[in-house]
Ligand binder design. Structure first.
Ligand code: PGA
Length: 238
């Protein structure tokens, strides 16, 4: 046991993150099918089970909000497999028809994506609101996954997980060259405690190259997360 722990310490390369962002692209029957397939793949794979158990890998699934509770039930007992939100409200509670608040989701989500470029460009997301959301995340024990489009977007204090997502690469099949991502990472001047991940047409074929740089510790994945086998194949490379 002690030897195992020592080996883990020596060979551990730090936690890698694989985050699924399904956006508004799944129905309940599809979600049921997806998680059944994915869970089987994970439970039967000794490498992934090992990496999850030893804190080398965290997998976070961010479904549309109505599916959060169902998915929570499905993943019970698998270490480092989490359910997150794709966004949360900037208000805490009150008479705000349609808002999904962190307070309502506390205990049901571990993480929330914040500041995704689709929220910024199509739903008027502001930096002021992102700051409010981060405060609410802290209050309700939710870990923010802050998306930034370039170095002009604010890296808020206390954020530990930053996803760099160049707009030109999102959903286009045109992923950014890993060397370029590493160059841009330098411009963010991130505090040491921040984990930097990449998003933008990352998939099971290109993900290894990013990890090989030693500077990119995971992925926020849209399109390639919609199929459980593809997403699982990405997890296999981490
Ligand atoms: P993509 O989406 O993987 O389809 O490019 C990524 C994202 O928008 O988070």
């Amino acid at each position: 046991m002690l030897l195992d722990l020592l080996l883990i310490t020596v060979y551990s390369t730090g936690m890698k993150y694989l985050i699924a962002n399904w956006k508004a692209q799944m129905t309940f029957p599809q979600v049921r099918e997806w998680i059944a397939v994915f869970e089987d793949l994970i439970r039967e794979d000794s490498d992934i089970s090992y990496n999850l158990t030893t804190n080398n890998l965290a997998i976070i699934i961010c479904p549309p909000s109505p599916f959060i509770l169902y998915l929570q039930d499905q993943i019970l007992g698998i270490p480092n497999l989490y359910i997150g939100a794709q966004d949360i409200s900037h208000v805490e509670e009150g008479k705000y028809t349609g808002e999904v608040t962190t307070k309502a989701l506390q205990g049901l989500i571990s993480h929330s994506i914040l500041g995704h470029s689709e929220r910024r460009s199509e739903f008027g997301e502001t930096e002021e609101n992102i700051a409010k959301k981060i405060t609410l995340c802290k209050k309700y024990a939710v870990e923010p996954i802050l998306c930034v489009r370039d170095e002009k977007d604010t890296i808020f204090d206390g954020v530990k997980l930053v996803a760099y997502e160049p707009v030109s690469a999102i959903g286009t099949g045109q992923n950014m060259n890993p060397a370029e991502v590493v160059e841009i990472k330098k411009k963010f001047s991130l505090p040491a405690e921040v984990t930097f991940i990449y998003g933008g047409s990352a998939d099971e074929k290109n993900c290894k190259e990013y990890i090989a740089t030693g500077e990119i510790d995971g992925f926020l994945v849209g399109t390639a997360s919609l199929e459980p086998q593809r997403f699982f194949n990405m997890a296999k490379t981490l």
